[in-house]
Write a protein that binds this ligand. Structure first.
Ligand code: EPU
Length: 428
């Protein structure tokens, strides 16, 4: 099992290029099942979730050709199976998109109950409500979810909560349905828009993605023979923006969409940093200790929960007492126990709020990535801490960040991946 050994402190300086968005990629890959043809996808992040998804698609009959680390061709003309391998699908969250895509393509789907990061309860009742409204029968039993339908028929669906996954899943299921489907109270994240753009490029008729009402006019079929490039990763860009602030550095973040980063920019400016919008890049710099702040995570365009731990690192060294309120997940403060091992003074108040008493600096320690974004946050903490940090449980980070240590090394971080015997792994 690998660990990262990080020598700090370092002021991160230089340029970094952002990869394609993980949460768009893991929806676009299953969306290819709706196409009876061949399509090419570019700017695909080379991360373990994407590689796993490609293997799952192959077991369903897709033929995948890799042209480079970030470019593939998928031939979905011979999809012959509606049962996705349970061991692979129950390992990660985004496997739930196979339900919408296979229902749309074949009228049946079976996947393992989705796993993923442990962030508290992760129900999928809104996905199921959407499929049932479109006419499907859904069963959840013995560790798997099965769905079946004779004919999907468009309808109006009101989402009781704003859900990224349910919005995309219903979109996938309704693209080939008969008639019009309306999703009210839809999620508006950039990856929702990206999945809709991908499907529309292939011949779908989806309108309103990026607003809270999405209309999907069912079409008879989707065509292939098209190339699509995945949107830059908002969360990876935000991670490097916050790394610049935490390390009192200066980073040019290339290949990003500044508009997607507005809520992060606003917080960075509030705490004393500088953000320059350069069109397809942003430059973030900080030359003092951050000011304290109050942060509340919200669905897009609010402050993203997936940047909450990285913001937590910034506030752990801010001047004064800060508060973070996590409104999406019940259990996203597990990283604070690890940061406290590094000298932070963070007091979680139940699952949803934590109080950060800013300290002057962090010290290197042995810490464990408790989930994907916690891992990225602890990596940033290691680069700003005095001394040596050993960061374990890298499988979480590798699920969602492409070449993360190389990207940090290029910014001046002293960071090495080394192999470690299994008994030193964290127990999370
Ligand atoms: N929820 C329900 N019922 C549902 C679906 C969701 O109650 O049927 C609740 C959840 O429990 C949560 C809230 O609604 O409290 C929002 O969940 P959402 O469905 O939006 O989350 P998700 O689709 O499971 C995606 C990302 C997460 C990200 C969230 C919120 C993917 C594969 N995952 O999850 O990303 O935190 O949206 O933005 O897109 C990450 O990348 O590290 C990550 C965890």
């Amino acid at each position: 099992m690998d660990k990262l050994v990080i020598q700090g402190p370092t002021k991160l300086k230089g340029e970094v290029t952002i990869s394609g968005a993980k949460n768009a990629a893991v929806a676009i890959l299953p969306a290819t099942l709706l196409i009876d043809g061949i399509c090419k996808i570019e700017n695909l992040p080379n991360i373990s979730d994407v590689r796993t998804y490609c293997k799952i698609l192959e077991t369903l009959g897709a033929k995948i050709t890799w042209f480079s680390d970030n470019e593939i061709e998928i031939d979905t003309r011979n999809i012959g199976c509606t049962q996705a391998p349970l061991d692979m699908t129950s390992r990660f969250r985004a496997s739930y998109y196979l339900l919408g895509a296979l229902l749309g393509r074949c009228g049946a789907a079976e996947v393992g109950i989705p796993g993923g990061c442990n962030l508290g309860a992760r129900p999928i009742d809104q996905h199921i409500k959407g499929f049932e409204a479109l006419g499907a029968k859904v069963d959840v039993a013995q560790g798997k979810i099965s769905a079946k339908v004779k004919k999907l028929t468009g309808t109006s669906i009101y989402m009781d909560i704003v859900s990224v996954g349910a919005t995309i899943n219903v979109m996938l299921a309704s693209v080939l349905a008969e008639g019009t489907t309306t999703i009210d109270n839809a999620a508006k994240e950039p990856h929702i828009v990206d999945v809709a753009n991908f499907l529309n490029t292939m011949g779908a008729d989806i309108r309103g993605a990026g607003t809270d009402v999405i209309k999907i006019n069912g079409v008879k079929s989707l065509h292939g023979d098209t190339t699509y490039s995945v949107v830059p990763d908002q969360i990876e860009a935000g991670t490097f923006m916050l790394a610049a602030v935490a390390s009192k550095g200066d980073i040019l973040i290339k290949n990003c969409i500044p508009e997607h980063l507005d809520c992060i920019t606003a917080k960075i400016v509030e705490i004393g940093g500088t953000v320059e919008d350069l069109g397809d890049s942003v430059r973030v710099s900080m030359n003092k200790r951050p000011n304290k702040a109050i942060v509340k995570t919200l669905p897009y365009p609010g402050f993203p929960t997936d940047l909450q731990p990285q913001m937590g690192v910034v506030l752990s060294v801010a001047d004064g007492i800060s508060t973070i309120n996590e409104s999406i997940w019940d259990s996203r403060f597990q990283y604070t126990a690890e940061l406290n091992k590094m000298g932070a003074k963070i007091a979680p108040q139940g699952g949803k709020t934590a109080v950060f008493e800013g300290v002057k600096g962090l010290v290197g320690s042995q810490v464990c990535a408790t989930d994907l974004r916690a891992g990225a946050a602890l990596l940033v903490a290691g680069t700003i801490a005095n001394g040596e940090t050993h960061l374990y449980n890298l499988q979480h980070i590798d699920r969602g960040y492409e070449n993360i240590e190389e990207k940090f090394r290029n910014l001046g971080a002293k960071i090495q991946r080394v192999s470690e015997p299994d008994e030193t792994m964290c127990d999370t």
